[in-house]
Write a protein that binds this ligand. Sequence first.
Ligand SMILES: C[S@@+](CC[C@H](N)C(=O)[O-])C[C@H]1O[C@@H](n2cnc3c(N)ncnc32)[C@H](O)[C@@H]1O
Length: 280
Amino acid sequence: MRIDSGIPCAPWAPPLLRWAGSKRKLLPLLMAYSPSEFKRYVEPFAGSACLFFALRPRQAILGDINAELLETYSTVRSHPRLVARKARSWNSSRTHYYAIRRRVPQELQPVERAARFVYLNRRCFNGVYRTNRRGAFNVPRGVRTGRFPDERTFYRCSVALRGTEFRSGDFENCLSDVRKGDFVYLDPPYSVTRPRFGEYGYGCFGDPDLERLAACLKRIDSVGATFLVSYSDSGEFRDLIQEWNCITLRVRRHVAGFARHRATVSEILASNKVLNKAGS
Ligand SMILES: C[S@@+](CC[C@H](N)C(=O)[O-])C[C@H]1O[C@@H](n2cnc3c(N)ncnc32)[C@H](O)[C@@H]1O
């Protein structure tokens, strides 16, 4: 089955962050193919977690290899207004952006560290998170970065995160205790064959990880949980998911993070359940 993803987006609660590779444009489809009932929501490659914020599950586990991202969510959950006020107190000028970027996160208090993360994410080039070899964020300032989230958005994010456990690290750690009735949404980055200076840091997901991912899908299925996985349409991925149900989507994407380079690419959505839109 081939589906065009150009469905107009309903006004979902916006995620707090921009994220390279975000599935925001696919949300209507992802929601339609998510089970209407599940016990716990698990997302091991969270990023901006746009499906999580749209579904607002009562109980969830969010994981990501980016520990600073998850720490930011945790601090926003506890202190949404303090983080919002701090982040909103910094203006968008070039001087300010590079001054905030130069601050060393480990030397800041949690609220200021989270505010810095959100500020840089919203003001940088295309929501890319990239660090140098020493782990320092090095993305340049963006130009058309849109409106900065208001205090209410931080507060809504905090409410949505109330029943969430955070697990930073590799995806297998987040999936270690998936159980019957859980719904797991997996959105790994496109694999790279050699470690490189990518959108999420140095080579954090490569070809060998696809095999581990496939083993995880089997395990999720065997415990009686449901998974939905999205990935670029490639021979390697098709080989790994041939036993599952899948559909192909046509998606407009930025190429290498550049807004002026857009292309229509194919992505695959696979699941251990029949891919019927919820309610149909
Ligand atoms: C395509 S993005 C997810 C985007 C997300 N679905 C959204 O809507 O914003 C992939 C995420 O996987 C994370 N990641 C990369 N390698 C990982 C690994 N081995 N284990 C867990 N997370 C990883 C990256 O930090 C990034 O946030």
